[in-house]
Design a protein. Structure first.
Length: 229
């Protein structure tokens, strides 16, 4: 006699024939009311848990779970940034903090300002925002002679970044667009980069043979908050 637990196909499924999911003719329904209260139903459920899975069942779910793990890892590792240029430096910020990109606006200087990074106030779509210089904040090179030697054109724009309701505006010399890369592609910051810029940079990414500094938005916004005080 074979005492092995039954598979799904072998299990008695009277609940689908005479039970509440069938024609309801089972005499036991008057006593148990619902098939779930019947010993036959509970025993069949136990047999299914202990029984052999259908052919290919384990292989199918192994593949499904493996695919989901791969997709999850890709979502974690893939990073989306906006790449832009300030002077001769290519920089990148996470797309999560970008609010908008707009044309240059008049910057109204603030009286008695002591911070060289803070340029003043700008009007962005009717809202007055603080405008900050990446050159002053990161201590970037502003040598126009270097710009000419590199044959870099200037297509000045203003970028508006926002995090937790705090908005800041930065003038930049050029916007290159959105770029996706793997987290493992982030390289170390070379010693030739200024100490200030290195502190704000998570690492370097190679984009079109250019080294792009991937900025740390958490540190950036924390520093900007201090500037506003």
């Amino acid at each position: 006699m074979n005492n092995e637990p039954k598979t799904l196909e072998e299990t008695n499924n009277c609940w689908k024939q005479e039970g509440i999911w069938g024609n309801g003719s089972c005499a036991k329904l008057k006593q148990v009311i619902n098939c779930r209260n019947c010993k036959i139903y509970s025993t069949a459920g136990q047999n299914l848990l202990e029984g052999k899975p259908p052919a290919g069942y384990v292989e199918e779910w192994t593949k499904i779970l493996a695919d989901e793990k791969i997709i999850k890892n890709q979502k974690i590792k893939n990073i989306s940034v906006v790449i832009f240029r300030c002077g001769t430096e290519c920089l990148a910020l996470s797309t999560k903090v970008f609010k908008e990109i707009t044309q240059m606006s008049i910057i109204h200087s603030l009286p008695h300002k002591s911070n060289t990074a803070l340029l003043g106030l700008v009007n962005i779509r009717g809202e007055i925002q603080l405008c900050v210089s990446f050159h002053g904040l990161l201590d970037l090179n502003k040598d126009n002679a270097i710009l000419k030697n590199k044959n870099l054109n200037t297509f000045k724009r203003m970028i508006v970044i926002e995090k937790k309701g705090e908005k800041w505006v930065f003038p930049v010399d050029e916007i290159y667009g959105i770029y996706h890369f793997n987290q493992e592609a982030i390289g170390n910051v070379p010693v030739t980069v200024s100490k200030t810029a290195a502190n704000f940079t998570k690492g370097l990414v190679i984009w079109q043979k250019e080294r792009v500094g991937f900025l740390d938005e958490e540190l950036l916004f924390a520093t900007l908050k201090k500037i506003a005080l």
